[in-house]
Write a protein that binds this ligand. Structure first.
Ligand SMILES: *Cc1c(COP(=O)(O)O)cnc(C)c1O
Length: 370
């Protein structure tokens, strides 16, 4: 079976981690953690980087440090991962879902302004699958109403929006370093911000709310959300090859799209828009109902042919855990729903050989052409 992901771990990565192990600085207190945070923040032109155990916690920590709670609203796309919703619901705040744009699959930016209320505390955007959100309209709304943007860049390492890098545009921007992301530390995440006070609060809550004056006396409850020296070493090593990673992702996507895009009913995210060139974190296809009435059957045919695949995100506004919290009618967001029903993505791991890629492309082509 060709797996959807094989991470790329090089000899340089291994020796970077080995060096930390030999040096003995393995914990979250290791100086290399600060070195990694600085390097990652610098790469994005940001003042502060706060590393955390994963990308979900990065979002949780931002929402909770912003003290978003009951009565507050957060605008966010429905077509994304549960990590964007979890802390909003845990804290008793109200998610306000926006449908996806049918072409880009990102949040439909034209629908945001009408959803702003005097309870809106944040606008969350998610750069989806390697194509950035059209940020200028969102930044304009953020300034007009003075509402911070949370920029989930977990799928967007090294991605450019016009001449700005993703992760540089949010009041707080979050990343994941999970095994299938453009930079991996196994598990891992980081928050970037330019606000020194907010950065200090994030660090305080990340580190059990220890304080300098009275270390074991606590005014608030925090967490141990520290990143390790081992992860930092791997992250630094991975960051040094980010441009090769992007080139490889684009190459893999071009092979799939070249082979599959003429098959009727098979649609891809655009490779280029007016504001960006797609990095294709994943190569996802949206299958027309008319040609593929049962997208799930495609996944099992692929599995039969030896190719692992994954469905797209299931829309957040239909998640059972969310529906339990509402009394009103269930929202209808047709684009997010269609993406959730008809979307499928194919193997594109960075550790995959070109032979394996070509094999995968041919097998997918055979299955989709039937
Ligand atoms: C992967 C991902 C996350 C979560 O990151 P983890 O490190 O897996 O917790 C959050 N948001 C998006 C858009 C992601 O793709």
């Amino acid at each position: 079976m060709i797996p959807v992901n094989i991470p790329d771990i090089t000899e340089d990565d291994i020796s970077a981690v080995g060096q930390v192990l030999r040096g003995g600085w393995v914990s979250g207190e290791a100086p290399i953690v600060v070195e990694f945070e600085k390097a990652f923040a610098d790469f994005h032109g940001r003042e502060h980087g706060i590393s955390v155990p994963n990308g979900s916690i990065a979002i949780d920590l931002v929402i909770s440090t912003l003290e978003i709670g009951p009565g507050d609203e957060v605008i966010l796309p429905s077509f994304t991962i549960i990590s964007c919703l979890s802390e909003i619901l845990r804290r008793g705040a109200t998610p306000v879902f926006v449908d996806a744009d049918p072409l880009t699959w990102n949040i439909d930016t034209e629908k945001i302004e009408a959803l702003i209320s005097d309870r809106t505390r944040a606008i969350m955007v998610v750069h989806t699958y390697g194509l950035p959100v059209d940020m200028d309209p969102v930044l304009k709304i953020s300034q007009k109403f003075n509402i911070p943007i949370i920029e989930d860049s977990a799928e967007a390492h090294g991605l450019m929006y016009k001449d700005r890098i993703c992760g540089s545009m949010g009041y707080a921007s979050t990343f994941s370093f999970y095994a299938n992301k453009n930079i991996t530390t196994g598990e891992g995440g980081i928050i970037l911000t330019d606000d020194p006070v907010f950065a200090e609060r994030l660090r305080y809550f990340r580190n059990l709310t220890f304080s300098a004056e009275k270390r074991f006396v606590h005014e608030d409850l925090g967490w141990n959300f520290r990143f390790t020296g081992l992860q930092a070493a791997l992250g630094l090593s991975q960051l040094s090859r980010i441009s090769e990673v992007i080139e490889r992702r684009r190459y893999m996507a071009a092979e799939y799209i070249g082979a599959l895009s003429k098959i009727p009913g098979v649609n891809f995210q655009p490779q280029v828009t007016q504001y960006a060139t797609n990095n294709f974190w994943v190569v996802g296809a949206l299958l027309d109902e008319a040609y593929f009435p049962e997208a799930k059957e495609v996944a099992s045919s692929l599995a039969g042919a030896g190719v692992q695949s994954r469905p797209f995100f299931y829309p957040l506004h239909l998640q059972p855990v969310y529906l339990k919290t509402i009394q009103d009618d269930v929202l209808k967001l047709p684009v997010a729903e269609r993406l959730g029903r008809q979307g499928i993505y194919f193997p594109n791991g960075l550790g995959m050989s070109t032979d394996m890629l070509m094999d995968s492309v041919q097998k997918v082509k055979r299955v989709l052409s039937k």
